[in-house]
Ligand binder design. Structure first.
Ligand code: G6P
Ligand code: MG
Length: 221
């Protein structure tokens, strides 16, 4: 019954969520805005310019910069982020992910990347996971999470019906997006954070992700 598994990237496939946080923290700090890990939860899954807007509002600087200056700030963050990605190797893939991808490939279930990140192709290449994915959703011009569009586009690309799809996410916005798309939502992380957003099940780590467990949890055996 399962037709496709839609994976978020940052914080699900690998620990790049921490690099996003580091890079935003650095840029924000430079303009006098402090961000802590609680506030960072509200940035996870959120597209780049949207994240910047949230940071500026958080620091009460939403009126301070022109559009061009904001683009400069976002560029500054991305440059720092990309430089942090330079050290990424296949060993940085989260535990259990490659095994799950192999199982999906064997069972001919499509694996799709449904991330808001424009750096997704670069990261998958560094992790050498490209061949396991049916496709990557191009997030440009698609409404961001918590809107369901990135997940719906992923399902469509794989020729899958949302009700026969499982989405895996570490962010509140992402879990909401999966549920609005009508899919089974698997959270990775803290259930006190992800359950209230609508996660159907939450695992503390990707180690727990086996195809058998997912199928049983989603009643898709
Ligand atoms: C993911 C991450 C966010 C990030 C967004 C855009 O959703 O969880 O933290 O802001 O992608 O990433 P990008 O690499 O395009 O700046
Ligand atoms: Mg994520």
């Amino acid at each position: 019954k399962l037709q496709a598994v839609l994976f978020d990237l940052d914080g699900v496939i690998t620990d790049t969520a921490k690099y996003h946080f580091t890079a935003w923290k650095q840029m924000a700090g430079r303009i006098g805005i402090e961000i802590d890990s609680d506030f960072n939860e509200s940035l996870k899954g959120i597209e780049r310019m949207q994240s910047l807007e949230r940071i500026l509002i958080h620091g009460q600087q939403e009126q301070k910069y022109s559009q061009a200056e904001k683009e400069g700030l976002a560029q500054e963050k991305n440059d720092e982020y990309v430089s942090l990605l330079a050290n990424l190797t296949p060993e940085d893939t989260y535990p259990g992910i490659k095994e799950l991808l192999q199982e999906l490939q064997e069972k001919k279930v499509a694996a799709v990347i449904a991330s808001a990140s424009k750096n997704a192709p670069l990261i998958l290449e560094a992790l050498q996971l490209n061949t396991y994915f049916h496709s990557i959703v191009d997030p440009s011009g698609v409404p961001g999470k918590p809107k369901p569009d990135i997940f719906l586009k992923g399902a469509e690309q794989a020729g899958a019906k949302p009700s026969f799809c499982i989405g895996i996410e570490d962010s509140q916005a992402g879990i909401e997006a999966i549920k609005t798309a009508g899919m089974y939502a698997v959270g990775i992380g803290d259930d006190r954070i992800l359950k209230p957003s609508g996660a159907d099940i939450v695992y503390p780590s990707t180690e727990e992700l086996t195809l058998q467990r997912l199928l049983a949890a989603a009643h898709m055996i």
